[in-house]
Design a binder for this molecule. Structure first.
Ligand code: IDP
Ligand code: MG
Length: 150
C-alpha cells in the first residue's frame, strides 16, 4: 500500500468538479485517508511548488493556486502514486488523452484541475506539508480483498 497527495486545484473547485474528479479516484479503488478544503496562502504555495521556483510560469502558478479554495486529499492504494498520475494524464489538458481527468475536463496547461505527487518520496513530503498526522485515518474498506485480489 502506498499513499499520495492529490490536490483538486482552485479551477476544479470553482468549476464544481470536485465530485467528478474524486469519483475517478474512488472508482479506481483508492481509499480516502485525509480530505479537507484549504485556502492556500503564499507560504504554503511556495513550499508546495518550490521545485518550480525561477521558471517563467512560477509567479502565475502561485497566484493560481492561492486564488481560491483547494481540496487536499490523501489517497492510499496499491501503486497509488503511479495510479493517480495515470488517471490525471499529462500536464497540458489540450494534449491529455480522453479518459484522463485533465483530458476530459480541461484544455489549459496551468489550470489543469489536479495535482498528484510524482514519487513516494515527494508524496511523503507533500502529505506532511498539507496535513497534520492526526488528520489522517488508517482504515481498510470492507471490499479490500476484492479490489486488491490477494
Ligand atoms: P504536473 O502537475 O503534471 O506534475 P509540473 O511540471 O510538475 O506538472 O508543473 C506543476 C504545475 O505547474 C502544473 O500542474 C501546471 O499547473 C503548472 N505548469 C506546468 N508547466 C506550465 C507551463 O508551461 N505554463 C503554465 N503552467 C505550467
Ligand atoms: Mg509535478
Amino acid at each position: 500500500m502506498q499513499r499520495t497527495l492529490v490536490l483538486i486545484k482552485p479551477d476544479g473547485v470553482h468549476r464544481r468538479l470536485v465530485g467528478s474528479v474524486l469519483q475517478r479516484f474512488e472508482q479506481k479503488g483508492l481509499r480516502l485517508v485525509g480530505m479537507k478544503l484549504v485556502q492556500a496562502d503564499r507560504a504554503l504555495a511556495e513550499k508546495h511548488y518550490a521545485v518550480h521556483k525561477g521558471k517563467p510560469f512560477y509567479e502565475s502558478l502561485v497566484s493560481f493556486i492561492t486564488a481560491g479554495p483547494t481540496v487536499a486529499v490523501v489517497l492510499e492504494g496499491r501503486e497509488a502514486v503511479a495510479v493517480v498520475r495515470s488517471l490525471m494524464g499529462p500536464t497540458d489538458g489540450a494534449k491529455a488523452p480522453p479518459g484522463t481527468i485533465r483530458g476530459d475536463f480541461g484544455c489549459s496547461i496551468q489550470n489543469n484541475l489536479v495535482h498528484g505527487s510524482d514519487s513516494p518520496e515527494t508524496a511523503a513530503a507533500e502529505i506532511a506539508l498539507w496535513f497534520r498526522p492526526e488528520e489522517l485515518i488508517a482504515w481498510q474498506p470492507v471490499d479490500h480483498a476484492w479490489v486488491i485480489g490477494d
